[in-house]
Design a protein around this ligand. Sequence first.
Ligand code: NDP
Length: 241
Amino acid sequence: MGRNVLVTGGTRGIGAAISVAMRDAGHTVIANYAGSEEAAQKFREETGLNAIKWDVGSWEDCQRGIAEAETAAGGPIDVLVNNAGITRDGMFHKMTPEQWADVMRVDLDSLFNMSRPLYEGMRGRGWGRIINISSINGQKGQMGQVNYSAAKAGVIGFTKALAQEGAFKGVTVNCVAPGYIGTDMVAAMPEKVLESIVGGIPVNRLGTPEEIGAAVVYLAGEDAGFMTGSVLSINGGQYMA
Ligand code: NDP
């Protein structure tokens, strides 16, 4: 059965792969993005999907964006994929309040800003799926990413708590924790650092965005109704939580 799906940060990288996989699974997909117009336009042309710009770190923007997305989808959103995320790396002793606040706002506040308005409708209709993209670094911690690791660990706590509230109302809440995936976010890392990371991944390669998309399709499906509050680790065996 086709559902209305909203993917934040859905025009690039992992988000774009999720959008395409969900479209191919028969859903109506609306992708959100922050401001990279060129990437968004390319995404629209290549996928035929709708892409709408707003800042998921802003409560007011999310109210407007969600209304626009529901109009574009022709009905309420049944599946929310909280994928948008940023990094602002640096060792903690040099980390600025801005680096901390930016990551908290986009990677964690966004879950409240997006889920709070949509969850109420899902609960009322007795069916919904919220799928949050965390990270291996939210599970194990990562040097140089105290802000990101804290936000992504927060994503896991959010998932487990809301899953308990939503379960008897037909709303499942799950989380995917990817390891290192070949996207712009990872391409931004210094080559030497990346080499040493790949060396520590038992399958000896980066993951692909499509491998995350496939997991999200499963979690969004009818068959996944008994799965809630879970953290799906997709990391090539780098960390077994
Ligand atoms: P990318 O940097 O490739 O893409 C990020 C996406 O998020 C873009 O579409 C971007 O929009 C959007 N975005 C960023 N900030 C905002 C904002 N304030 N409001 C709305 N949209 C925003 O990231 P990845 O695809 O690599 O990562 C996707 C998710 O997966 C993130 O949550 C990340 O933390 C997580 N992750 C990634 C891993 C990896 O190895 N790549 C590993 C583990 C987790 P725009 O194009 O307009 O900038």
